[in-house]
Design a binder for this molecule. Structure first.
Ligand code: SF4
Ligand code: SF4
Length: 438
């Protein structure tokens, strides 16, 4: 039986242009831009200076606290500058700019394959945490929360379940789907490492039923590791949201204002599980990732293995350039991604996709008037009343907005997607949340 959650919407998938294409490495970019903030928490502090030579995998900026993350060079080459540069989420951010050299070198300590006899279940949890933290691993599904923090639950929270998020519910994105098909054993080993450090026996991989091929591959790969179960999920947006996954897969509710820890669960994305395997077994820091480059403007959409810091413009060229003029460039998926003013922003650790959409897809609409149809209420997976919150926020009644539990909004955009009056519901609710916090 397919598992699901309350509410949600069914946007068109737009995945066919990349879902059957193998991951291929992108060409070396002319310039790498590595923002000092690529994660939730405080920015990293540079430990290199302009003119320095660095190898791929070398630490170039160090975490500045527990909720922060190291940043590593994704190429070998010369540090050109440390200056403000385009950032896909923050607009601008201080970044280390590196010019790659032609003959690339990476740190000798990085291995191509795990040592013989590598057994994720026999590792020391403290060593795993050290490796994950040193390698600068963050949540790669978009939130970019430092992984070592998620793997260190408060002592008073009993964690009994690890959920691996392979839902990939955003339209266009297929990078996780390809990883499941192409790297199943490494992902399973990553899951075993996570289970070890959390001390849990119950590990579940949630995959939407539009990716049955990857569910089958992971199921076969996990036969030898009997603690891992694959659970098919109803294809519905936002199935990949942590709270909706926990609801669908375990029938548990994360309390208002709470975290998955409060339901005894830790959720990690499938790409993060792979990065954790690479950090622990191969000594490899997080300096490259798979990115879906797609949209109706792109000549040859692809899933690319990309050096973190590669500008979007270089990836568009890598995919054959444009067949139509892009009206909108989005980092992430079309539902929760961030629209960009230009192609200058680089791939960061949490970038799962870059979309180039024409005016045929990314049309502009004028807001109408609410017709009281209730579609937004039915769509909201957090049981909110988007239309009521919207009108209260429009009147700057943030006290009412707060009473309506707007802070529980996960900013999924399902309400806006289903609204026949084209009201900017999620945008206004996002703004209202910021005003309440202020
Ligand atoms: S109110 Fe928030 S959580 Fe509910 S559908 Fe809209 S954006 Fe999603
Ligand atoms: S979906 Fe739009 S029109 Fe319908 S009740 Fe909600 S805000 Fe009003």
């Amino acid at each position: 039986m397919l598992k699901s959650f309350f509410g949600g919407v069914h946007p068109p998938g737009f995945k066919t242009s990349t879902k059957n294409k193998n991951i291929r490495p992108a060409a070396l970019p002319k310039k790498i831009i590595l923002p000092l903030s690529q994660h939730t928490g405080s920015s990293a502090e540079p430990v290199v200076s302009p003119g320095d030579y660095v190898e791929a995998g070398a630490v170039i900026a160090k975490a500045t606290g527990f909720i922060s993350s190291n940043i590593h060079s994704s190429v070998s080459g010369k540090v050109l500058a440390i200056e403000p540069a385009a950032h896909p989420v923050l607009g601008k951010c201080r970044a280390i700019i590196i010019e790659p050299e032609l003959q690339q070198k990476r740190l000798d300590s990085i291995k191509d394959c795990a040592d013989s006899g590598f057994d994720p279940g026999k590792l020391n949890p403290a060593d795993i945490l050290d490796a994950v933290s040193s390698a600068g691993i963050v949540g790669m599904g978009g939130a970019a929360f430092p992984a070592h923090v998620k793997l260190s639950p408060p002592k008073n929270k009993k964690i009994d379940t690890l959920i691996i998020n392979a839902a990939e519910c955003e339209p266009y994105l297929t990078c996780d789907h390809r990883l499941l098909l192409e790297r199943p054993i490494d992902i399973i080993n990553g899951i075993k490492i996570l289970a070890n450090v959390l001390g849990v026996k119950k590990c579940i991989v949630g995959i939407e039923d539009n990716k049955c091929d990857s569910a089958e591959v992971i199921r076969n790969a996990s036969i030898l590791k009997s603690d891992i179960k694959v659970v098919p999920l109803h294809t519905k947006y936002p199935q990949g949201s942590e709270k909706q996954l926990i609801d669908a897969m375990l029938d548990k509710e994360v309390p208002s204002g709470g975290l998955p820890f409060d339901a005894g669960v830790v959720v990690h994305n499938v790409a993060t599980a792979l990065a954790i395997y690479e950090a622990v077994a191969l000594n490899k820091p997080l300096y490259e990732r798979v990115v879906t480059v797609s949209g109706d403007c792109i000549k040859d959409p692809a899933n690319l293995l990309v050096k973190i810091g590669t500008p979007a413009s270089e990836l568009a060229a890598e995919c054959g350039g444009f067949i139509k003029k892009p009206k909108k460039i989005i980092f992430g998926g079309p539902m929760m991604g961030v629209a960009q003013p230009s192609e200058d922003a680089p791939v960061i650790k949490g970038t799962s996709g870059i979309l180039f959409l024409s005016k045929d897809i990314a049309g502009e609409y004028n807001e109408g008037v609410c017709i009281r149809c209730g579609a937004c209420v039915r769509a909201c997976p957090m049981y909110l009343e988007p239309t009521t919150i919207y009108y209260a926020a429009k009147k700057a009644r943030f006290d009412i907005v707060n009473d309506l539990c707007a802070l529980d909004c996960i900013e999924c955009g399902a309400c806006s997607f289903d609204c026949p009056a084209r009201l900017e519901l999620s945008g206004i609710i996002k703004y209202a949340k910021a005003m309440i916090k202020k």
